[in-house]
Design a protein around this ligand. Sequence first.
Ligand SMILES: [Zn+2]
Length: 336
Amino acid sequence: MKKFLKLFIMASLAVLLLAACGDDDKDATEEGNTEPEETEGAEDTEGTEETDESDGDKLQVVASFTIISDIVRQIGGDLVEVHNLVPTGTDPHEYEPLPEDSKKATDADILFYNGMNLEGGDEGWFFKMMDSVGQDESNAYSLTERVEPMYLTDEESKEEEINPHTFIDPTVGILMAEDMRDAFVEVDPDNAETYEENAEQYIERLKEIDEDYAERIGDLPEDNKTLVTSECAFQYMLDTYGMDEGCIWKIDTEENGSPEQITSLIEFLDENNVEIMFMESNVEPRPMETVSDESGVEIFEKPIYSDEIGMPGDEIDTYVKYLEYNIDVISEGLGN
Ligand SMILES: [Zn+2]
């Protein structure tokens, strides 16, 4: 019954989208080449739409951004089909879902999001999208329910906001993987064993990475444990492993690189004898380049990753590679 209603909404939405968006046919055809299959009641929409439909046997998953999508693939394996919302190269704090996202969200059996305001909170783009497609909020799982929030304080207004970048910390990755496993088991109990096995191996790997972080950060020179980046994104990880943080701006949604922010970081670098800074893969480089020019402190040659992993096939295309890469960069940049 619920399924039927979902399909009906989906079909209606597809018609609306076709009417609203001229090149939708083209998109559907391009993506549809892989697996044309038996349609689930979408017959009354245009033919090209059907090829866009997904495998009816697989659990349909929507994930808010690239890191969560990768964890879904690791734990869901062949049992799931995941649609990623915020793509690589796009700010997850402020995103406008595409027609394709709304279609997938309508049809999803389960949706995962970070929470901690990464997707803009209860009033943000993710829940607006959920509302607009009539998706039941109980199908959406936050992966940070067990994480103690940390806050960023705006220097001028003194207002506090939650730092959403929990996932940079491998110990949070472990919690995310466990919570996702439990959500899959709840929604698809017939396949519980597979989810549990996949998760066990994966969590084992994350625990090794956690140990590696602790060891390599422990090995850094005591006077060289300050990580300076553009956005104050690394707070959870730095706190877990005992490092200090410097940055230009608090969070991507505010002004990025005002003269006051730049001056304040230059003073910080001087007071803390910082010798090297790190630039994130997805930020506007100019503010940090300005800081570097004016302070003489160099930017490490390799970027560090914060809000995203690369596209499939890129060097850093999984969460595990992202975590391993970041600790390599940190220990290369700050080590002796
Ligand atoms: Zn961010």
